[in-house]
Design a protein around this ligand. Structure first.
Ligand code: FMN
Length: 369
């Protein structure tokens, strides 16, 4: 019997050759938001890995939306021109379809890159003023400026402009980053949003900004191309955002034309109590899929082919995303295909490494269109 992992999945007009997604992973290597040769090698290689979808890292919609000085961006013509040849390379030589994650770091912004400890960069040392839903700082970070109504309107337009740029350079899918304690999640969580206006208060008020961002992107992005949203299904903290909130949020997103939800978790407060283990966020993907009736992407310590197959075949999710597992073993989809008796994309230059070719029987592996 053929596996679900290697069966196609359709999102609007986009057909993924299989259900393996490379999770967005920030590389902190851009210069003023512009991709550099690192991105060409990193993304170019991953696009040839046999995964169905490669989602480009969290990409800032404004310069001051960055988490670190090395964040990728899509706010300027220069950013667009730097990313275009990389997307073109992936389209010409890779088998994966290409998504991009649109991001604003919110109250966590203006820090050093990950391997330098994500320490606050003060404004007099090259940092920038940061923004949040409210004047509630993340520990050891500067005080965020609460977005006023004018800034909210401008920012919604910035998200839409970034989506138009993504379309122009041939990107197939947008994922909106509304997780991990960044700006959109700042609005959703009662732990970071105590606003008294229409963008705070009850769940409806706290969801308002994110839903408005979603609508603006949906209007700016062609109707045949899909949009997903990554959310933190729970804050893992008392008084925070919950899985029940996420289900209602996913239902609302679905009515606006959202094509899938990625169930991640956490990031709002450092005192979160996360139980980490294999597939630890899969139950969130399962509940959202069943209770909001929307396709879900599971992510978080999915490392084995049989595990990925079970998540799909038992109806817990429609897609599985791998992050660290793909960095550790960038040909994970090839090995998963071999284990499950399936075929996936190999670039012709590498075909002779396919197990059937190594046995010397010269069978040509199936290649994706
Ligand atoms: C190097 C690195 C960078 C990451 N950057 C992002 C990012 O840009 N956007 C995001 O939503 N998650 C990011 N994540 C989280 C991953 O996408 C993924 O959700 C997480 O690592 C759990 O999946 P895994 O256990 O397969 O790694 C990053 C993770 C790593 C390891």
């Amino acid at each position: 019997m053929s596996s679900l992992l290697f069966s196609p999945f359709k999102l609007r007009d986009l057909v993924l050759a299989n259900r393996i997604v490379i999770s967005p992973m920030a590389q902190y290597s851009a210069v003023d938001g512009c991709a550099v040769p690192w991105h060409m090698v990193h993304l170019g290689h991953l696009s040839e890995s046999g995964a169905g979808l490669l989602i480009i890292e969290a990409t800032s919609v404004r310069r001051d939306a960055r988490l670190s000085p090395g964040d990728l961006g899509l706010w300027s013509d220069e950013n667009e021109a730097a990313l275009a040849p990389i997307v073109e390379f992936c389209r010409c030589h890779g088998g994966a379809r290409i998504g991009i994650q649109l991001q604003h770091a919110g109250r966590k912004g203006s820090v050093t890159v990950a391997w330098e400890g994500q320490r606050e960069i003060p404004i007099d040392k090259g940092g920038w003023p940061i923004h949040g839903a409210d004047e509630i700082p993340y520990p050891n970070r500067m005080m965020p400026v609460a977005l006023d109504l004018t800034m909210i309107g401008e920012l919604i337009a910035d998200y839409a402009a970034a989506a138009r740029r993504a379309h122009r350079i041939g990107i197939d899918l947008i994922e909106i980053h509304a997780a991990h304690g960044y700006l959109l999640h700042n609005f959703l969580s009662p732990l970071s949003n105590r606003r008294q206006d229409a963008y705070g208060g009850d769940r409806e008020g706290r969801m308002r900004f994110v839903l408005e961002v979603f609508k603006a992107i949906r209007d700016a992005w062609p109707s045949h191309k899909p949009i997903g949203v990554r959310l933190s299904a729970t804050d893992w903290a008392d008084g925070g955002w919950t899985i029940e909130d996420s289900i209602v949020f996913a239902q609302r997103l679905k009515t606006l034309g959202c094509d899938y939800v990625t169930a991640s978790s956490g990031g709002t407060v450092p005192e979160q109590k996360i139980t980490v283990g294999p597939g630890y966020q899969v139950p969130f993907a399962e509940r959202i899929r069943k209770e909001a009736d929307i396709p879900t992407m599971a992510v978080g310590l999915i490392t084995q082919a049989a595990q990925a197959e079970e998540i799909l075949s038992s109806g817990k999710a429609d897609l599985v995303a791998l992050g660290r597992g793909m960095l550790y073993n960038p040909r994970w989809p090839w090995h998963a295909a071999a284990e499950l008796g399936e075929e996936t994309f190999y670039p012709p230059q590498y075909e002779r490494s396919h197990p059937s070719m190594r046995r010397g029987d010269f069978l040509k592996p199936a290649r994706q269109a």
